[in-house]
Design a protein around this ligand. Structure first.
Ligand code: MEV
Length: 423
């Protein structure tokens, strides 16, 4: 393997073409590979260059639609951006089953974000806390001055919390600004507010402030959804019992809970990405919430109702937005929001929670009955056929034979193709 020199000074100052040229030289890209980098898709090169640093191209993923969703009595077509086969089909399938008993019921979601202010070097943490409580309204007013538009629209700081820690570096007082960020994801808003009040807080507590930053554990922004899944449509009592056992497995075992929640995030992240929201914020919030009671736990729960049907519930923090960030800049995110036909961020959170529940139900149903591999392999076999250069009109036929013969391999796809040609 040839060694590559990764030191490039002033790379960020170059144009996209200049950067492409340097990378092409360093890693010896072929002409075809360079051409691929030059395909910007629906982006203007200038647009990409202002989104992140050191841009050399754009990267696309499939954009699919999950069908059949009814949430709080309204139908939704849900855009999903994801590379994994079966996920969109599985969500649509679970939504179809949920429809029979009225679809998903999602609760109201408050748009409250937490901003953390870390006060250190305190001589008397109790006194410092008292100062915060005494000056609460002053802190709220100061923070609100930082975003007059948000206040005009009805948002702003709604409360303040304090938390005390004894650490290896002495006592630490953490102040939480609880901010109603309305339709924004809110990280920028709350960071600005926290920075804006820190001088005053230092003065009254006589401490030293270091961090002032949003918490992604958005416990005041919880989304909850629920659905009843008809036992017959699920495949009968044994499947229902299988799903209940799968849930119990995740409840007692963090090794299983991690995979259980991964399935939920398949849906949640696909919609988060489609709408141009911050997937890492959603991931970290969800997993932190899953561990909040001391043991990493499933974000959904299941039980049987009096009818023997399966009831599923989901609860997790969802810091999403329909204004700010990428949501209005990315052309496909704008399109995704139009397809979703949501009025506000609360509705987006309600849909996202329902999608997470649907995704989880579909995975557990497959795992508790025929297993996950069958569906996966059918889709995978098509990809294998394409990789084996099977012409488009024969892909379905070859893929079917690969599945039937349980040999989903490129060499076998080539063999089958040769056989078909001779016939
Ligand atoms: C695969 O992407 C997701 C699953 O592993 C989720 C689960 O096991 O519940 C199927």
């Amino acid at each position: 393997m040839k060694e590559i020199d990764s030191k490039i000074s002033g790379f960020y100052k170059l144009s996209i073409e200049e950067r492409q040229k340097i990378i092409a030289e360093r890693v010896e890209l072929t002409n075809d590979e360079l051409l691929l980098l030059k395909k910007f898709g629906y982006f203007e090169p200038g647009q990409l260059d202002t989104m992140i640093e050191n841009v050399i191209g754009s990267y696309q993923l499939p954009f699919g639609i999950a069908c059949n969703f009814k949430i709080n009595g309204k139908d939704y077509l849900i855009p999903m951006v994801i590379e994994e086969p079966s996920v969109v089909a599985a969500a649509s399938n679970a939504a179809r089953i949920a429809r029979k008993k009225g679809g998903f019921q999602s609760e109201k979601v408050k748009s409250i974000m937490i901003s953390q202010i870390q006060i250190t070097n305190l001589e008397n943490i109790e006194q410092a806390e008292k100062e915060i409580i005494t000056n609460k309204q002053k802190i709220i007013d100061l923070a609100n001055e930082k975003d007059p538009l948000l206040i005009k629209l009805g948002g702003g700081v709604v409360d303040i919390e304090t938390r005390k820690f004894n650490t290896n570096y002495g006592d630490m007082l953490i102040v939480h600004l609880l901010v109603d960020v309305l339709d924004a994801m809110g990280a920028n808003v709350v960071n600005t507010m926290a920075e804006g009040v820190s001088k005053f807080i230092e003065d009254i507590t006589k401490g030293r402030i270091y961090l002032r930053i949003v918490s992604n554990l958005a416990t005041h922004r919880l989304a909850k959804s629920k659905a009843v899944f008809d036992k017959d449509l699920l495949g009968g009592e044994d499947v229902v019992n299988g799903i209940l056992n799968a849930y119990e497995f995740a409840r007692v075992d963090p090794y299983r809970a991690a995979t259980h929640n991964k399935g939920i995030m398949n849906g949640i992240i696909a919609l988060t990405l489609a709408t141009g929201n911050d997937t890492r914020a959603i991931e970290s919030g969800a997993h932190a919430y899953a561990s909040l009671k001391g043991q990493y736990s499933p974000l959904t729960k299941y039980y049987k109702d009096d009818n023997g049907d399966l009831v599923g519930e989901i609860e997790l923090p969802l810091a999403l937005g329909i204004i700010g960030g990428m949501t209005k800049i990315h052309p496909m995110a704008r399109l995704a929001l139009k397809i979703l036909n949501t009025q506000n961020t609360e509705e987006l959170c309600q849909v996202t929670a329902a999608l997470g529940l649907a995704q989880n139900l579909a995975a557990l149903r497959a795992l508790a009955s025929e297993g996950i591999q069958k569906g996966h392999m059918e889709l995978h076999s098509r990809n294998i056929a394409k990789l084996a250069d099977v012409p488009d009109h024969l892909v379905e036929k070859v893929a079917k034979i690969l599945v039937e013969d349980k040999k989903i391999r490129i060499d076998y796809a080539k063999e089958v193709l040769e056989r078909l040609k001779k016939e």
